[in-house]
Design a protein around this ligand. Structure first.
Ligand code: C2E
Ligand code: CA
Length: 559
């Protein structure tokens, strides 16, 4: 702390000179402007504006008592009545003897008499008042947390901001939380809990003494630490962590720390602590003492995801989600023919452009939003089947993806049946792709749900087959109508004999189950030929076509 204070000396501080007389303002300014940054105001009203805008970044106000509009006395009263502004020292300018006492009583730090003393005297008084105010800020007892002796949160931020304004040192922000502190209180009583807080407070105090900086208790078991940037912060923290449990005889205390490490990006203190707090929050549920550094990239990904979540409802209402169709070709006959299509959703976001499902499906699965989106896609797909039937007098079955989250919805069958009915379709026109891993999640309940769907006429395709670790004996009892091989098995069938053999085995399993096999992700003629050789039934992949908007898909149909 001492070192820090030393460094602060001689750095630029800002002084506000308030005087209605131009010449006087300029004279004073000229005496001080080589040491300080100077702001001027020609009356009390303008001064108050500047004070309110700059608050504690002002190190001192030099105030003339006699001015039009708002005079110096009134301004002084306003400043003293404000709990924040009162920390700014004020020196009054006066020519009358009596005014000195009155202004000191009103809380002025000092006075300068007109006509002015020699410049050196004025500079000494100014510097003395600033120093007094800054030092008093550090020892003010009401600004401390009574239990740990660290600063309280409000003062911590106020002082930290002031520090940042006075010097431009890179600073690291750390938020420290005690893991499961409520348990310490519950198991050993509040008095013991207080003891732990004091101990942690002391160790933090040692840390800021060693590194320079300041610390506060910001919540019941949360601490803020603001220290000059350290290249070896990790070592410093490891040392610190080693000592946390020294002398603690009951269960071990563990803490978590979120760190914002200054990388030169201009950022204010509060924002740094937001980042540190966010990082700390992510370490929740850990049992060991641990720390992590704020990662801007990760954070912006999270912000982006948050945006997607927030924008979802509006996007549904505005039909920003579009369903694309990728054809599936039967390769059993002479020439490949389209047998059905898979509906794949895309999001045309007004700001981000086209967003592919990889960016939002699992995000929406994590918070349940997927159910709304899927229902929308199922509806669109059903309406499309209807439209094509009316246009070409032919049913083109469409498969829709059913998320593992949907499968837990007891009303799933009802919802899908209603969608088919609303579009004048029998249920077997809507094929349902359910990922293999959903079967292994909670087998019996899911198998029952899927059985129910089949009993109601829906056709079930097991998606991503080969990735979900179905046991072989379970496979025979699975209610399915087709197997879709996961595309990662197809990728290397031309170059890797073992992959090809694996695909052959999976196709044999399908034969055993008496269901057709769909290979997806087929991109080349060579892959197609090998799959044909292995007796695969249906092919989906870029070799034939990418997923297409409905109108482009129609061109394929017409061709
Ligand atoms: P999926 O069900 O395995 O769908 C196949 C994915 O492979 C699609 O990606 C498709 O565009 C892509 N693909 C097709 N042929 C090829 C190929 O030859 N090469 C390569 N490299 N890729 C090919 P997409 O459309 O990005 O969808 C990704 C995943 O998002 C889907 O994987 C599916 O799990 C999910 N998804 C898409 N739409 C929906 C939806 O409406 N609801 C739900 N729940 N999930 C969806
Ligand atoms: Ca699929």
């Amino acid at each position: 702390m001492q070192e820090l204070l030393e460094r602060k000396k001689g750095l630029h501080r800002t002084i506000l000179i308030v005087d209605d007389e131009f010449v006087e303002r300029e004279m004073l300014g000229a005496m001080l402007n080589d040491l300080y940054e100077i702001k001027f105001a020609e009356n009390g009203v303008l001064a108050l504006d500047i004070i309110r805008q700059n608050k504690l970044t002002l190190s001192l106000i030099i105030l003339d008592l006699h001015m039009p509009e708002l005079d110096g006395y009134s301004l002084l009263k306003i400043i003293r009545a404000d709990s924040e502004l009162r920390r700014i020292p004020v020196i009054v300018l006066t020519a009358e003897k009596g005014a000195e006492v009155e202004s000191l009583q009103l809380g002025a730090a000092d006075f300068i008499t007109k006509p002015y003393d020699v410049p050196d005297v004025i500079r000494a008084r100014v510097s003395h008042s600033i120093e007094l105010a800054e030092n008093s800020i550090i020892i003010h007892e009401t600004e401390r947390d009574s239990l740990t002796g660290l600063f309280n949160k409000e003062f911590f931020f106020e002082y930290g901001k002031r520090l940042d304004n006075q010097n431009n040192m890179p600073m690291d922000a750390i938020v420290l939380d005690i893991n499961r502190f409520h348990m310490v209180n519950e198991l050993y009583g509040r008095a013991y809990g207080d003891l732990i807080l004091k101990k942690i407070g002391n160790s933090i105090h040692d840390l800021v003494l060693r590194t320079g900086g300041l610390a506060c208790r910001s919540g019941s078991n949360t601490f803020g630490i603001y220290i000059p940037h350290l290249e070896n912060l990790t070592e410093e923290l490891s040392e610190y962590i080693k000592k946390i449990n020294e002398g603690i005889e009951t269960q071990k205390i563990s803490v978590r720390m979120g760190i914002y490490s200054d990388d030169g990006t201009p950022m204010d203190m509060e924002h740094r602590f937001d980042c540190a707090r966010l990082t700390c929050r992510k370490l929740r549920n850990s049992y060991e003492t641990c720390y992590d550094f704020y990662n801007a990239e990760l954070h912006s990904k999270e912000l982006h995801e948050e945006r997607l979540i927030n924008d979802m409802d509006k996007a549904l209402a505005e039909k920003q989600f579009k369903v694309f169709y990728q054809p599936k070709y039967s390769i059993k006959g002479e020439k490949p023919v389209i047998t059905s299509a898979e509906a794949l959703v895309r999001w045309f976001h007004p700001e981000f452009g086209m967003v592919s499902p990889g960016a939002f499906i699992s995000l929406f699965e994590n918070n349940g939003l997927i159910q709304k989106l899927d229902r929308y896609v199922w509806n669109e797909a059903a309406a499309q089947i209807r439209l094509w039937k009316d246009k070409y007098d032919k049913y083109i079955p469409v498969s829709v993806n059913v998320s593992r989250v949907d499968v837990f919805n007891p009303k799933l069958c009802e919802i899908l049946t209603d969608i088919a009915k609303d579009n004048g379709l029998s249920t077997e026109k809507l094929l349902l792709e359910i990922t293999e891993s959903a079967y292994t999640d909670n087998s019996q309940q899911i198998i029952d749900t899927i059985k129910n769907l089949r009993d109601n006429g829906f056709k079930i395709e097991m998606d991503d087959f080969g990735c979900g670790y179905s046991s072989l004996n379970m496979l025979t009892s699975l209610p399915i109508d087709a197997l879709k091989l996961d595309m990662k098995f197809i990728r290397n069938i031309c170059s890797n004999q073992k992959d090809y053999r694996l695909v052959e085995i999976m196709i044999e399993i399908a034969r055993l189950l008496e269901v057709p096999v769909i290979a997806e992700g087929v991109e080349t003629k060579e892959q197609l030929d090998l799959l044909k050789k292995a007796c695969c039934d249906i092919i989906q992949g870029y070799y034939f076509s990418k997923p297409l908007p409905a109108d482009e898909f129609e061109k394929l149909l017409e061709a």
